[in-house]
Design a protein around this ligand. Structure first.
Ligand code: THG
Length: 367
């Protein structure tokens, strides 16, 4: 048992008190914030996400706001995905890369207005990166981290809950599109999105003093559908093939290696960071690729702090970046980042802490 030592450096989410009140038992650190990861029964939380509706404190998904006449220009400079046709009210998933074409983050870019964008970021300091690039390129844009914190409502019954709170119009919202509105006077943006493949919405709270109030509105509204607390679920996201940048990637990984090539448009302008490297990588072909691993053994054996080596015919060909028990497949599954010369269908050895384990390579997603 441990508790969090509060410091001004480790920022609580506006939903932190609700998470504690709900009985949070485990947490991780993400964007220098506390991210709840369990409420004591991961298996029950998983099935609630698969069959019902789950409420997540994902306030750690910070927004990097670009505001001003050059906001769109900066958004495109940061994004190797073409944003020229992105409409106000639309979001797009974008792998951000550095000048070597290495993935440094994978935000959802939200276009709130012609001169206003949010990058809803994964776990790295894009605020520094964006403000440095804006200054270096002489752009007229203000880069900031606004008081905006997402809460996710995920699962097959999420739409009913969100429609109950906001009205049936949310049922018409297209994937990654969003709308700014109010809930009991609380300013929010509501988007069809979330880090699961079970469907759902994210409610971006625009007033950090209202976290508990907003949490309780959805908690109460969701009772008829059996809503309960949960968190981004490693088992579900792995089954679904979602990438966790920083976990499944290392400091050399490009988007093509981890199945994100479809979010790269090679004909974006030359001033887009990393695009020249990405064109070269695409032309040369990748050295590694990401596949699924189905491991032998009937006992849950998650990955700890370290990635584990993968051997093929006795030779190290890469690493397992993620491993989790799949309650639907009834086995341990994981991701391999391995030499592109080793295809799906092959059997490999994963060098686990407890000894070598055989695993079969498969295409992603698993389900
Ligand atoms: N929501 C918001 N911000 C976020 C995340 C989120 N920031 C951090 C992190 N998650 C960013 N990473 C992802 C990764 C995958 C997806 C979204 C954010 C995702 N991908 C789908 C897929 O891969 O199948 C769809 C992508 C597409 O087709 O455009 O949803 O969850 N606010």
């Amino acid at each position: 048992m441990f508790s969090v030592f509060p410091t001004a450096r480790l920022r609580p989410s506006p939903f932190y008190e609700s998470a504690v009140a709900e009985g949070m038992t485990a947490a991780s650190i993400y964007n220098r914030m506390i991210m709840p990861t369990s409420y004591g029964n991961r298996e029950a939380e998983y099935w609630r996400l698969i069959n019902g509706v789950s409420q997540w404190d994902v306030g750690v998904e910070r927004q990097v706001q670009l505001k001003g006449p050059d906001a769109g220009k900066l958004a495109q400079i940061l994004s190797p995905r073409d944003l020229s046709k992105c409409k106000v009210g639309q979001g797009k998933y974008v792998p951000l890369c550095n000048h070597r074409g290495t993935i440094i983050n994978d935000p959802i870019v939200l276009k709130l207005d012609e001169d206003l964008y949010w990058l809803s970021i994964a776990d790295s300091d894009i605020w520094f990166w964006a403000s440095a690039l804006a200054a270096e390129r002489g752009l007229n844009v203000e880069v900031s981290e606004p008081d905006v914190s997402p809460m996710a409502i995920q699962g097959p019954k999420a739409e009913d809950v969100v429609a109950h709170v906001l009205g049936d119009w949310v049922r018409e919202l297209k994937y990654f599109w969003f709308k700014e509105t109010e809930i009991a006077g609380i300013p929010v943006a509501v988007q069809r999105s979330g880090w699961s493949k079970q469907g759902g919405f994210e409610i971006y709270l625009k007033d950090g003093t209202k976290g508990t109030q907003l949490w309780n509105i959805f908690k109460e509204a969701g009772q008829p559908w059996g809503i309960g607390p949960g968190a981004p679920a490693t088992a579900e996201r792995t089954e679904s093939g979602l990438v966790s940048v920083g976990g499944d990637t290392d400091d050399m990984t490009n988007p093509f290696e981890v199945r994100l090539g479809k979010y790269v448009d090679l004909d974006v302008p030359d001033d887009v960071v990393g695009i020249k490297a990405l064109r070269r990588i695409k032309a040369e072909g990748v050295a590694r690729h990401q596949l699924g691993l189905v491991l032998e053994g009937g006992v849950p054996a998650p990955l700890g702090f370290h990635r584990e080596d993968i051997l093929h015919e006795g030779v190290k060909v890469g690493m397992m970046t993620n491993c989790v028990w799949s309650p639907r497949m009834m086995c341990n599954i994981g991701y391999a980042l391995i030499s592109a010369s080793v295809p799906a269908g092959e059997t490999v050895q994963v060098m686990r802490a407890t000894g070598p384990v055989l695993a079969k390579l498969v295409e992603l997603p698993f389900l």
